[in-house]
Design a binder for this molecule. Sequence first.
Ligand SMILES: [Fe+2]
Length: 591
Amino acid sequence: MSLKILGISCYYHDAAAALIVDGKIAAATQEERLSRIKNDPSFPEKAISFCLKQAGITARQLDYVVFYEKPFVKFERIIKQILATYPQSNQLFRSAMKEWVTKKLWIKQTIAERVRVSFDKILFCDHHLAHAASAFYPSPYQKAAILTLDGVGEWSVGTYGVGEDNKIKLFKEMRFPHSLGLLYSVFTAFLGFEVNEGEYKVMGMAPYGRPRFVDKVKKLVEIFGDGSIRLDLSYFTFHSSPEYSYNDKFERLFGRPRDKNSLFFTDQTGYPQFWGDKPKDYAHQVKVNQYYADIAASIQTVTEEIILTMCRYLANETGLTNLCLAGGVALNSVANGKIVKQTPFRNLFIQPAAGDSGGSLGAALYVYHQILGRKKRYQLTHGYYGQAFRREEIERFLKKKKIIYTEYKDEKTLIQVVAQALVKQKVVGWFQGRSEWGPRALGNRSILADPRRAAMKDVVNSKIKFREPYRPFAPAVLMEKAKDYFAIDDPTSNPARFMIIVVPTNKTKANNVQAVNHMGTSRLQTVDERTNRRYFRLIKEFGRLTGVPVILNTSFNLRGEPIVNSPEDAFNTFIKSGLDVLVLERFVVRK
Ligand SMILES: [Fe+2]
């Protein structure tokens, strides 16, 4: 009899469910894809139903359901944190009690009732063990060092460990409140972005600044030889307030926070057309924004220094050259790009859902391997674990909505038609196969465009994304051609496949891929035929037509919405946006 384990993560940010059957991932998805609420943290009822349906089982057939953290341990930490900072923490006390006493402490009951499983099947896994398991067990390594880093789990904010065969041992932990993830989030808030969401924006802003405030950032944080840090808590309030993460002393050091409603641009980012005419005080705004870009560059520089120090320590301690990385900080793709180049680690594995949503997968794998002692057998080679839709379902939808379409029964023709549309500067909504696991679109729910001219950034932005001009678009490149265009040592490595590594763009080719070249770097995705045949063939055909085997790939969603999941989501996005072509499997809809 096969062993079926469901992992769940929720109640913090971006809830998810993952189902493994005999250690192999059967299904995994974030709740937001189905509920259509961006970063939906609520109990992932829809994701769970999908996972069970995908595997063709009922909840009764589950052997275990595992939650990705230990609520009582986390609650204890929050209580201690409140007591240590009382009376400043009075407000935190009230909001925490409301959340915990009414909901979070009852997770076992909630799982029993809503998944319909008995209490004896419900297990809990330590948060950072779940992160560690999510990175090590799906990796190709039999032995590897493990680094987990995030805002905070129960007490841990980061751990060092080793995985060997089917066992993980975490040998050192860094504890709350001295958290690199939280430090980065404080700057995310200061720079006017939403915490847990805007960290990408800080990273995108950083290349436009100079890290001239590194010394100031280091007033807040002491870095030790093992990479662990100590924050000077007199600058912060995240440990005592539910709303604010820094205080007046922080503002005396860094000035006023950036107005979150202001537009961010510098001379180098340009001022996109869809924002209209330049403001009268453009020069003044550029000057103000440059200051914040320099702050972003400074926190990014210090973050990289800390991560690289951690990696060097971990490599020396373990003597290993393989590294598995997980936790929200592992999504800092710029730092990831430097690990293999600047530390003794030679190989890096990052699972696509490296943040808390991936904790659901890690928790399930942890039980399978570590608790039940099953052998490590499967490697994760792609990120397509979400929902797929059959031809008949799509056809029924199109007919019901009276949508005019063309069906290309021959895949070769389909690919030619789409590649030609890209060459003609059309922006294409590309929907096929199972949706992606994790925050990146990897060619199954993607918006695609021609990357050759810089103007395409503005075109995609004015048609659909409306993103700030400093945010990069990513290239998807044929794996065998990746080295021609990008300074990537190993195009087959998972961080490159999953778009979680930023590398320099080769100077000789940068001019050919202007729309995906971000200040001399690219967050690339390498694509091979075995992993995603249709997507690979499309890029290849585009390469044949243009001489550039690279396309611009960005996630298929409207700004502020989750990535599309169903044909209906895709069509709605197509209609509401300026997308020119919609591809639903082999059906093509044009405007
Ligand atoms: Fe986490």
